[in-house]
Design a protein around this ligand. Structure first.
Ligand SMILES: Cc1cc2nc3c(=O)[nH]c(=O)nc-3n(C[C@H](O)[C@H](O)[C@H](O)COP(=O)(O)OP(=O)(O)OC[C@H]3O[C@@H](n4cnc5c(N)ncnc54)[C@H](O)[C@@H]3O)c2cc1C
Length: 430
C-alpha cells in the first residue's frame, strides 16, 4: 500500500480545506443560531446556500466511487477528503456526503431498478431530498438483525408494513422523502437470512407516524434527528421492494462497508479538531504559574492523542485499500477493526480535550460536548463494539485451528478471502 496521496487527491484536499475555511467554519455559529432561534426541524437556509456553493465548486458527491455520478474516487482517495469534512458537523451535508444518505444512495445505485433510481436516487444525488434507513427496533436486540420483527405482508399488488422502529436517523427531517425499511416477508423461511426484505417507503406517508425524536445525551441533532416510528399498516406498491423478497439481509451486508468506513474517516477529522482545540487552549490557559500545556500530564495526553489518531488513520486507509482492491466483503475484517478503533480513539481524544478545557469543555460553546456525543454513539450505531470484536476474534481463531506449523499459524485454514471467515455475520446500521 502506498501511503502518499496522489497529486489529484492533494489538489482536491486543498480545495475541500479552502471551502471549509471560507464557507463552513465561519458559518458554524450562524447555522447553530438559525436552528436554535427558528423552527428546529427545518433545514438551516444557510446550509442550503452552502450546498449550492459546494456544488458550483465541483465539491459534490465526492464519496461515490467510479459510477459516473460522482468524482470517481476510490475509497482510499476519498478518505483524506472525508476526514476533513468530519471536522464540522455541517460539512458532510454541504458536500452531499453525509450519513445515512451516502449508504442509501449506494443501495439504490447497486440494487434499485431504473424507475426507483429515477424517482429517488436522482434527487438524492442532487441534494434535493434526504433519506433514512430503518432497521433497529426497540422491542428486540437489533444488533442481531435476524431478530427484526417488523412485518411486511404481501396483499395483492401491495406490501403492508406493520411494526415499530427507533433510532432512525434523519427521519424527522422534513426533507426526508424516502426510507428504506427492513422487515420480514417470510418469518417461517428455514434460512433465517432469507426471511427479511427491504422496501422503499416514500415520505410523508399517512401510516408512518413519528412518535418522538430521540436525543443523544440531550443533543437532538435537529433538523436531522433520530426518530421512533410506528408503521401502522403502511401500504406501498410491490414495485417498491429492493432486489426481491428475501434479499434484505444480502442488501444490508452490501451497505455495510462504505457507510461504516465513512463514519470512521469523519471521526478522525473530529478527533483532529478536538486535538487542535486542546493544544490551542492549553497553551493560553495559565494555572498555578504555568500554561496548562506545560503540565506533563497534558503533554502526555497530547502525545497519546497524536499517536492514536495516526494509528486510526492508517488502519482506516488500510481498510479503504482492502475495499478498493478486494471488495467490501473481503475487507470486512478490516472494516470491523476500524469500526472499533475509530470511535474509541475519538471518545478518548475528545474526553482529554474536554478535560483540558475545564468547565468550558462541557458547555456547548466549543463543540466538544456534541463531538463526544457523536463519537460515543458511534460505538453503538452500525453495530456495537462487542459484536465487531467477536467477528475479528472469530477470524483470528480460525487461523489457528489446524496443527501448529513451523511457519507460525496454520496456513491451510487461512481463508483465501479474509472476509470469508465472517461472512453471514449479523448486520447493523446507523
Ligand atoms: C444515534 C444513533 C443513531 C442510529 N441510527 C440508526 C439508523 O439510522 N437506522 C437504524 O436502523 N438504526 C440506527 N441506530 C441503531 C443502532 O444501529 C443500534 O442501536 C445497534 O445496532 C445496537 O442495537 P440495539 O440498540 O438493539 O442493542 P442490543 O442489540 O440490544 O445490544 C445491547 C448491547 O448488548 C451487547 N451485545 C450485543 N451483542 C453482543 C455480542 N454478540 N457479544 C457481546 N455483547 C453483545 C452490546 O454491548 C450492545 O451494546 C442508531 C443508534 C444510535 C444510538
Amino acid at each position: 500500500m502506498d501511503f502518499e496521496y496522489s497529486e489529484k487527491v492533494l489538489a482536491l484536499k486543498a480545495r475541500v480545506e479552502a471551502f471549509m475555511s471560507e464557507h463552513i467554519y465561519p458559518n458554524e455559529a450562524a447555522m447553530i443560531a438559525e436552528t436554535a432561534e427558528g423552527d428546529r426541524w427545518q433545514a438551516p437556509r444557510l446550509l442550503e446556500t452552502l450546498k449550492t456553493r459546494a456544488r458550483a465548486a465541483g465539491l459534490w458527491n465526492l464519496w461515490l466511487p467510479a459510477s459516473g455520478h460522482g468524482a470517481g474516487l476510490t475509497n482510499l482517495e476519498y478518505a483524506p477528503l472525508c476526514e476533513v469534512m468530519g471536522r464540522s458537523p455541517f460539512a458532510p451535508e454541504a458536500f452531499n456526503c453525509s450519513a445515512p444518505d451516502t449508504g442509501n444512495m449506494e443501495v439504490l445505485e447497486r440494487y434499485g431498478t431504473a424507475a426507483q433510481q429515477e424517482r429517488w436516487l436522482k434527487p438524492l444525488l442532487d441534494g434535493e431530498i434526504r433519506s433514512a434507513f430503518a432497521m433497529t427496533e426497540p422491542d428486540v436486540a437489533s444488533s442481531d438483525a435476524t431478530n427484526i420483527a417488523t412485518r411486511i405482508r404481501r396483499e395483492g399488488d401491495e406490501y403492508v408494513i406493520t411494526g415499530r422502529k427507533w433510532w432512525i436517523s434523519g427521519a424527522p427531517d422534513p426533507r426526508c422523502r424516502i426510507m428504506i425499511v427492513m422487515g420480514k416477508t417470510d418469518p417461517d423461511d428455514p434460512d433465517r437470512h432469507r426471511q427479511q426484505s427491504m422496501v422503499l417507503v416514500p415520505l410523508p406517508h399517512p401510516g408512518v407516524v413519528i412518535k418522538r425524536s430521540l436525543p443523544v445525551f440531550g443533543f437532538d441533532d435537529a433538523p436531522h434527528g433520530h426518530a421512533e416510528i410506528m408503521f401502522d399498516s403502511v401500504r406501498v406498491p410491490i414495485d417498491n421492494v429492493l432486489l426481491g423478497e428475501g434479499r434484505g439481509f444480502e442488501i444490508a451486508q452490501g451497505r455495510l462497508g462504505p457507510g461504516r468506513i465513512h463514519h470512521c474517516m469523519r471521526l478522525i477529522g473530529l478527533a483532529e479538531r478536538a486535538l487542535e482545540r486542546m493544544c490551542r487552549r492549553a497553551q493560553t490557559r495559565v494555572a498555578f504559574g504555568r500554561a496548562v500545556a506545560e503540565q506533563t500530564v497534558t503533554m502526555e495526553r497530547i502525545a497519546d492523542s497524536r499517536i492514536m489518531i495516526n494509528q486510526a488513520r492508517l488502519l482506516t486507509l488500510h481498510a479503504a485499500d482492502m475495499m478498493d482492491r478486494h471488495g467490501n466483503k473481503a475487507a470486512r475484517a478490516a472494516i470491523a477493526m476500524i469500526k472499533v478503533a475509530a470511535p474509541n480513539m475519538a471518545c478518548r481524544v475528545i474526553d482529554w480535550a474536554i478535560q483540558a478545557f475545564g468547565g468550558a469543555g462541557v458547555t456547548e460553546d466549543y463543540g466538544l460536548a456534541q463531538a463526544y456525543a457523536t463519537a460515543r454513539y458511534l460505538r453503538l450505531a452500525d453495530g456495537p463494539d462487542e459484536v465487531h470484536r467477536n467477528q475479528i476474534a472469530r477470524l483470528e481463531l480460525r487461523r489457528y485451528q489446524g496443527p501448529e506449523s513451523l511457519t507460525g499459524g496454520s496456513a491451510a485454514v487461512v481463508p483465501a478471502d479474509p472476509g470469508e471467515a465472517i461472512r453471514g455475520a449479523p448486520v447493523w446500521v446507523a
